[in-house]
Design a protein around this ligand. Sequence first.
Ligand code: PEP
Ligand code: MG
Length: 538
Amino acid sequence: MLNGIGASRGYGIGKAIIIKNASLDYSHKKYTSAENEKERLQKAIDSFVKETSLLAESVKKSAGDKEAEILRGHIVMVNDPFMISQIRESIDNGSVAEKGVDTACQMFIDMFSSADDELIKQRASDVKDIRDSLLKKLLNTVGADIDSVPPDSVLIAEDFTPSMTSRIKKENVNAIITEVGGITSHSAILARAMGLPAVLSVSGATERIQNGDILIVDGIKGNIIINPEKSDIDKYAQIQAEYLREKESLNAYIGKPTVTENGNKKAVYGNIGKPEDVQNVIQNSGEGIGLFRTEFLFMERSCEPSEEEQYEAYATVARAMDFKEVIIRTLDIGGDKDIPYLAVEKEENPFLGHRAIRYCLDEKKLFKKQIRAILRAAVYGNIKIMLPLITCTDEVRRAKSIIAECENELKNENTEFKSVPLGIMVETPSAVLISDILAKEVDFFSIGTNDLTGYIMAVDRGNAKVSKLYDTSMPSVLKAIEITIKNAKANGITVGMCGEAAADVNLIPLFLEWGLDEFSVSPGSILQTRKTICENNG
Ligand code: PEP
Ligand code: MG
């Protein structure tokens, strides 16, 4: 079995087709004349624009206008007067059209890649896509033959660029697999919009899977079974049919209040990593954001986001949620979340090391930048701050004093801001054991069952030999959850849960019985969670 990131939910069973990129080597091309090379260039651009416009139209129909916008952006970029003048200048200096395109595009790729802004950085992959398309046209090379794959195919590629993804004929493709990319890559966004199950970041997928292999792709767990037994295929076909039936029936819960069978009001919130994920929460009628994992704003870039960038991101989410609660968790790095440019020292036991709130309290400048951005964005909605990995009261008090310092600074600068409620994640055994004391320090708790399970069971969830012990339904973990809820209630603060267990249909009835107020789950699990709550007492 291969494993990657389940980036688009659903199951796909089909025959593997490896999409290898065509060779873009142009070293054999001979320079004719500037006039001829420029004519070749213009023809390639015209053909690119025509093809991309048609693609954008078909994407608009199959996936939506927002997705088509990515391709329309390519047309604008390829017509950029500066880019064209750079290519033509290179041709005037004796380069073949291919080299002109390659050199000019590379200049833009380097420029965009080094930008601070994540959106600008994304444009580097758009320019790469444009460069490859133009080179294929100039070299008359047929690219990856995505358009004409037979029905029931599973496509595997190192990466799917936006133009490759949009060429996919949905009716013939049951799933996609890539070697790189994450939840927020363009290919993942498009795959989700097309409703195609996708597993990304499967290392060595194009080598380990052979053309013609039968594959089962589980876009929920991120698993791929190669050449499964007939019994596996039957099992997954059943799971898939059941999944589709249930998905359909869950639509009845869109916009429905989350009320238990015996009439108690609860709330189902969504977990997000980037501002754009908020749309997914809204589409599934999430009643708030219970966990904004802000570390994702810091990832896949070469330096930390500025206060301004963070302010924009938080304000975008606050505005989009229209005064519904938005719980922003301060930077939770370390453990399995490495951010290379922050140079967190390599440690023997990273999960027990200098991570999350511990790191932020020591890196005060970085922490203050984030707090200031959150307080400023709070003006636009109902924002709350949540601290990760709290183990003792001192950490909360130190964080509070830094927040107060930021508020004073903003006041003195006459910068608009709003004070916000403060909560903590209860995700360490220590926080559970003193939850009665911590509850007097903060406005709310959110139980982080992902870490809590690991720390209580003393198990590294990445270690296959002990993975059976990584189980939230173990009595000790459940007891810790019960204690936390009880202490929150006794002290009159609200208590939610934002670990994966919040969406566990088998555990939800227990959490309801103990009085959990808010369940924050991944956007795709909102409706199922609401359904389970509505069907149980609590
Ligand atoms: C958790 O630990 O349960 C949690 C929600 O946080 P993360 O998965 O980001 O560590
Ligand atoms: Mg955690």
